[in-house]
Design a binder for this molecule. Structure first.
Ligand SMILES: [Zn+2]
Length: 312
């Protein structure tokens, strides 16, 4: 049905306003960045051309340089539309691809590659954006199946941990049905989701370490008292044993993470099985996109996350 609507031109994407917004934003970022050639901060941009130039050494280049929008078939606005439909709706990448004139593989590859840039950028943008928080952090864990890819473009290895963007292009051929544990942590509007091999204390700690990198030292940790949390020592730990109750008398709960599970479960189902690195990358994206929405900075924050890559 969706394909028919597209064929009838009842759904037409208009990326131009987004293209302009992204172009303005990237140009502003470049005006504060060092020249890629001489290193001086003397970059200038005009309104009528996508080119920028260095007033020191006369070097010229396009605003998409160093951004995830560089050298793509899709325009920056189209990339943002595709990414938002992928990350913030229940549409599958296959359905998203139908809205574009490009082939499925191009849309799939573009989404997965800009996703890695988004995760790198989120860390830079959020730590600038967010004051250190002193509110409690909730953590919870769950089991999640993931299976090897079936017939789609393979996910790229090495992108999920914020790598260089020049991934090893090895094809992942994992056995179907590997079980990963999803670990979720919530603190104010911050949502950190990770897929780990298991739920050992050092695997749970990765998630809490990331919370600390993004929003400062954890003073108070709330969890459900599961034995995996016992070796994690934080100054102040409060436990809500789920066999007995969901909120303690003094208000301790992990309901924010429970809410996150109820949202991410149906979202993950659209993939119909993910490779291990695919699952790792997807759930991190979901947590960070949810964070931007909850923080009330969805679109501007998202563009920031992509554009900040030009400093690297
Ligand atoms: Zn220069």
């Amino acid at each position: 049905m969706l394909r028919h609507l597209v064929e009838l031109t009842s759904i037409v994407l208009r990326p131009e306003p987004l293209d302009q917004k992204i172009e303005r934003h990237c140009k502003q970022m470049w005006e504060e960045a060092p020249c890629p050639d001489c290193g001086e901060t003397n970059i200038k941009a005009g309104d009528s051309s996508p080119r920028l130039w260095c007033t020191n050494c006369r070097y010229t280049f396009t605003y998409t340089r160093n951004t995830p929008f560089e050298g793509r078939t899709l325009t920056p606005g189209e990339i943002l539309i595709a990414f938002i439909l992928y990350a913030d709706t229940l549409l599958s990448i296959n359905q998203v691809a139908q809205l574009f004139e490009t082939v499925y593989d191009t849309v799939h590859t573009t989404i997965r590659e800009v996703e890695a840039a988004f995760e790198r950028g989120f860390h830079l943008v959020w730590t600038e954006f967010q004051e250190d928080a002193d509110s409690p952090t909730q953590i919870d864990e769950t089991g999640q199946k993931c299976s090897g890819y079936k017939g789609q473009s393979p996910p790229r290895d090495g992108l999920s941990r914020g790598g260089s963007g020049e991934p090893g292009r090895s094809r992942w051929e994992g056995a179907p049905g590997d079980t990963m544990t999803l670990v979720g942590a919530c603190r104010d509007t911050l949502r950190v989701l990770r897929a780990e091999d298991g739920a050992k204390p050092d695997e749970l700690r990765q998630t809490l370490d990331e919370v600390e990198i993004l929003s400062g030292k954890i003073e108070e940790l709330w969890h459900d008292g599961w034995h995996g949390y016992v070796p994690l020592v934080y100054e102040n730990e409060k436990v809500v044993p789920h066999s007995e109750e969901f909120v303690t008398d003094d208000g301790v709960h992990v309901n924010q993470v429970e809410c996150l599970w109820s949202l991410v479960d149906p979202w993950l189902q659209k993939f119909r099985g993910l490779s291990k690195p695919g699952l790792e990358q997807s759930v991190r994206t979901y947590g960070f996109v949810r964070t931007l929405n909850l923080a009330g900075a969805p679109l501007g924050g998202l563009i920031d996350c992509f554009a900040v890559n030009l400093f690297h």
